[in-house]
Design a protein around this ligand. Sequence first.
Ligand code: FAD
Length: 318
Amino acid sequence: MKITEHIANAKGNTLFSLEVLPPQKGKTIDDLLRVIEPLMEFKPPFIDVTYHREEIIYKKRADGFVEEVPLRRRPGTVGICAALRAKFNIDAVPHLVCGGFTPEETEDALFTLYYLGITNVMLLQGDADKNAKSAHAKLSAYKYASDLVAQVADMNRGKFLHEETENEMKTNFCIGVAAYPEKHFESPNLATDLKWLKHKVDCGADYIVTQMFFDNKKYFAFEEKCREMGISIPIIPGIKPIASKAQLSSLAKIFHIDIPEELADAVEKCKDDKAVKQLGIEWAIQQSKELKAANVPCLHYYTMSRSEATIEIAKAVF
Ligand code: FAD
């Protein structure tokens, strides 16, 4: 079922959903399934599975020369989605990125998803390749997520690449896109970022999932601005409980978000990371309760493929 249908069927009740990462190359899927299993109690209608682009790494050879080799650290997004559907009878949402693909490869991947019966896709620019200047780095045909959205919207109309006429066969993907209540880090300001978000929606996005945030005021202000500029599709807040002292700087650095002073001070006063985890759970529960009271369509938890904290939060909120 489409995410938008899940939201409509919930009739104003807030849904619970989660995001997981594919296992690292060489690890089994069993650990991931064990993480997800206890969360099924809270009846998530869908689970997102992230996508990790190929990177170029440098490897020292026996002859002393350094070789550039491609590496995908977390392969298997589509296979994991198929496995989650089979095991839990749940909608699994694969993330697709611009990074490293041609439109033809993207079309091919979308046909695979369509034949598997996957009806939702999350379309993203994707994280940058840290070695993008390498001669072996795969070029991306698309620069922005809106290009991917336009391609999928075309496929939903039966318009496929390099064909003049529209086909009778049409895909039926529900399209999710990302947004940033504290703005995307490359955007000069929030207004410009919102202009491009509106463009993504106009290209065919059906729902939005936000970057994590720790201050609900930022989400509410962002949602209000979206509505003012005519973005009417569901906006799903993304929540992540802080789990260690080190995350005070790493989350800010990686995700370009603010940690509110009150939370940062409280984390610093914690005697160890066990205490930080508990604080993070309590903060996320308060955030979640307030967002649920404001009738957000769904609360989407970034589990980082760990379940303990999300179970505690879900028990308190759902
Ligand atoms: P876009 O919507 O393309 O926007 C990127 C930047 O370009 C923004 O600053 C925007 O304002 C600007 N912009 C957009 N369109 C235009 C235009 N036409 N002209 C000029 N400027 C424009 N990364 C992964 O690699 N794998 C994942 O699975 C993944 N999942 C994610 C899930 C969520 C919910 C979120 C919030 C992020 C996720 N990311 C993932 C990270 C994401 O790929 C990065 O944040 C990336 O830098 C931006 O992606 P986007 O799709 O929001 O980009």
